[in-house]
Design a protein around this ligand. Structure first.
Ligand code: DX5
Length: 230
């Protein structure tokens, strides 16, 4: 049985003030943040365009653990760029690949941890057959494409199902809740069993992102504890 992970809050670069990105990253790092998420969008898979590998390099240069969330139609074509840039986890969407096991194997062959993401309308059963190959299962708790959206509480049933599967099978796999995670919703996501909680607006949109990071972390850890007693 793998040791239970301690929940972590993962600030999303998407919500940062790009004119102050370095300053904001340094502030959350000083507050204890070790992991940030870079949302990669191609304008096809989602109706938005965002970051290339250079943003992973920027975060790696500051010593962060970085996951690259590929919201793109051709994840296996671009995954090498993000591996080369130093990403620690590269996550593809199950909706963007024909064979999730082959996709995770191909990403792992790049020397990075592979993640598998699912959109709100995709049933959790779509990722279960490949879960043993994933270092992370990403449950979108908003429609992918934009930050600042409302948390979809109905997605917590997917998180709980993944938590039961991962615990029962003793898998070493993070469960990431991505989208709409803030002071009002983080306890719900953590109590359902998410141990990686992406927060963009709630951290970088706060007046003091270091304080916001610490407060969200405390809430996540308190709530996740209740899950473990369940
Ligand atoms: C959506 C993005 C967002 C982002 C987090 O595609 O993946 O979920 O990371 O944004 P907030 O925390 O502002 O909802």
């Amino acid at each position: 049985m793998t040791a239970a992970k301690t929940p972590v809050v993962v600030p999303s670069v998407l919500a940062a003030d790009l004119a102050r990105l370095g300053e904001q990253l340094d502030a959350v790092k000083a507050a204890g943040c070790a992991w940030v998420s870079v949302d990669v969008m191609d304008g096809h898979f989602v109706p938005n365009l965002s970051f290339g590998p250079d943003f992973v390099k920027l975060a790696k240069a500051r010593g962060f653990f970085v996951d690259a969330h590929l919201m793109v139609t051709n994840p296996l074509d671009v995954a090498p760029w993000f591996a080369e840039a130093g990403a620690d986890i590269v996550t593809c969407h199950v909706e963007a690949v024909t064979d999730a096991r082959a996709a995770l194997t191909a990403i792992a062959a790049l020397g990075v941890k592979p993640g598998l993401a699912l959109k709100p309308k995709t049933p959790v059963e779509a990722v279960l057959p490949a879960l043993d190959l994933a270092a992370m299962a990403l449950v979108m708790t908003v429609e992918p494409g934009f930050g600042g959206q409302k948390f979809m509480a109905e997605m917590t049933s997917k998180i709980s199902r993944l938590r039961r599967e991962i615990d029962a099978r003793g898998l070493d796999c993070w469960i990431q809740s991505d989208g709409g995670v803030n002071a009002a919703t983080i306890s719900t996501a953590a109590a359902a069993g998410a141990d990686s909680l992406v927060a963009g607006s709630a951290v970088f949109g706060a007046s003091d992102c270091a304080v916001a990071f610490r407060e969200l972390t405390a809430k996540a850890r308190a709530a996740f504890g209740s899950h473990q007693k369940a």
